[in-house]
Design a protein around this ligand. Structure first.
Ligand code: FES
Length: 154
């Protein structure tokens, strides 16, 4: 087997994913494989980078749709270059910055009111009286995107 072609087992072992995950990614059009004479999947070594990207993106909470959109921006007929990945990274920067901000709020503000509607903390009386945050949308508004009102005012 040419050195730049890997079996499903080799990709699964190196990437730390199950064979079924690779078949799933393939069925979702996120990665592609050729077939050997015996019909077995053969992945180009560059697939490892795509799988790594998929795993990390999922880990930080990005959807399969977002991941698919990003991978679709990469050339399908050749191995993506540094420039291709840099272009993807630049396009994703705002989305990742937003995700980083949510993770930072989760890390730093979970001990206070997150505007989720529970009204279970003393801080809720101050920051979310009568669940005012509900008017901003669903979920923990102060973690997701909306700034918590400043003490004693809006
Ligand atoms: S923490 Fe849930 S409403 Fe304040």
């Amino acid at each position: 087997m040419p050195p730049d072609l890997l079996s499903i087992g080799e990709v699964a072992d190196r990437a730390g994913v199950a064979h079924s995950a690779l078949r799933f990614y393939e069925s979702e059009g996120l990665i592609s494989a050729s077939r050997s004479g015996g019909g077995q999947r053969r992945y180009h070594r560059s697939t490892l980078r795509r799988v790594a990207f998929i795993k990390v993106a999922q880990r930080v909470g990005l959807s399969l749709e977002e991941i698919r959109g990003a991978l679709a921006s990469l050339p399908q007929s050749r191995t993506p270059t540094k420039i291709d990945w840099a272009r993807l990274s630049a396009a994703w920067r705002p989305r990742l910055d937003e995700q980083i901000a949510v993770l930072q709020r989760l890390r730093d503000e979970l001990a206070s009111c997150i505007g989720c509607g529970c009204l279970s903390l003393g801080a809720c009386k101050l920051y979310n009286p009568g669940d005012a945050a509900a008017s901003l949308g669903t979920g923990p508004r102060y973690l997701l995107s909306d700034a918590r009102p400043v003490e004693g005012g809006q």
